[in-house]
Design a protein around this ligand. Sequence first.
Ligand code: ADP
Length: 364
Amino acid sequence: MQTLHKVSLEARHISLAYGATPVLRDVTLKIEPGEFFALLGPSGSGKSTLLRLIAGFNQHQSGELLVDGRDITGVAPHARNIGMVFQNYALWPHMTVWDNVAFGLVERREPREQIGRKVGEVLELVGLAQYAQRRPGQLSGGQQQRVALARTVVIEPKLLLLDEPLSNLDKQLRVQMREELKNLQRKLGLTTIFVTHDQEEAMTTADRMAVLDKGVLQQVGSAAGLYDFPVNRFVAGFVGTTNLLEGLVTAVNAETVRFHAQGVGELTLPSPPHPPRAGSAALAFRPHQVDIRVRDELAEPSRVWVEGVVESAEFLGEFSRYRVRVGEAALVSDQPHYAGLSMFPPGAQVRLGIEPTQVRFLAD
Ligand code: ADP
């Protein structure tokens, strides 16, 4: 199988409402040729609506949808040459794997010999050559999913769309299949867009992702880009686990930012490359950037220390997770574990040391 030409996809100021309910609001996005791109967001954020719009099953009320720079808004779904894999796979239960995969090519009246070659190749590609004569009901969930993928890519679509492709599989298989999916996408080089509500799935498979909330595109970037530099509280909380310390930026200069944390007091942090404006903001930082110590222990001066009381302690093997009450906030601190390390019990009076270079100031 060969993909001759990798396409880009661009949404420009797309809005869509169901009746009076806006579902997509001014979505602007560019997906590069050959990219594996995830649409990530909570349930109801508009991910499937956007995917279906790309496939041509939904129509936007304003904006433009471009494939390789050409507006496809008026093009019927079947004429778009876009392949979509549905969550439930939608395989024909009475047909063999071979016939399921051949179906689209038979419909297109391709020559028999060509169909045979293409189906054989694609079954080989997804590792199902020896299952060609089985029916979907005789296959595992992961194998059924591969059939669904094979059936979609065999028609050589310009774009591959996947709607929550792994959500019907159990946890272990999901981890295995996301690896397979990524490898397959790499081999095909096909511009691929997949919808997921699972941040780990998006982070482990996608080249880049867009985070949606309430039909609004919040941020686009790589997994590390979004994790390290979230633009707002929503992205900080949705991509990974975060601590948010609410308060007020009171003074900013080239070296330092003074921050008044609610119920905690004044903190001094190094100025980031783009210093925040004075006014209400949150400090966002990851649990593993927070050290936990007994109060009277000598503190590492490079960290920003706040005092608190342990509310809960969870042992998770690789690390222990503490929830610590600090003023009005409950902060999370993850501590790497090793044998012999004893845990702080609930009620322990502790100090938390935040790594200041890893703190982000969020205004929104
Ligand atoms: P997601 O895929 O992120 O879970 P959807 O795109 O399915 O979200 O849905 C976004 C919003 O649009 C939801 O509030 C949903 O209830 C609404 N919605 C989806 N499809 C329809 C429809 N056909 N008619 C009316 N509302 C819809």
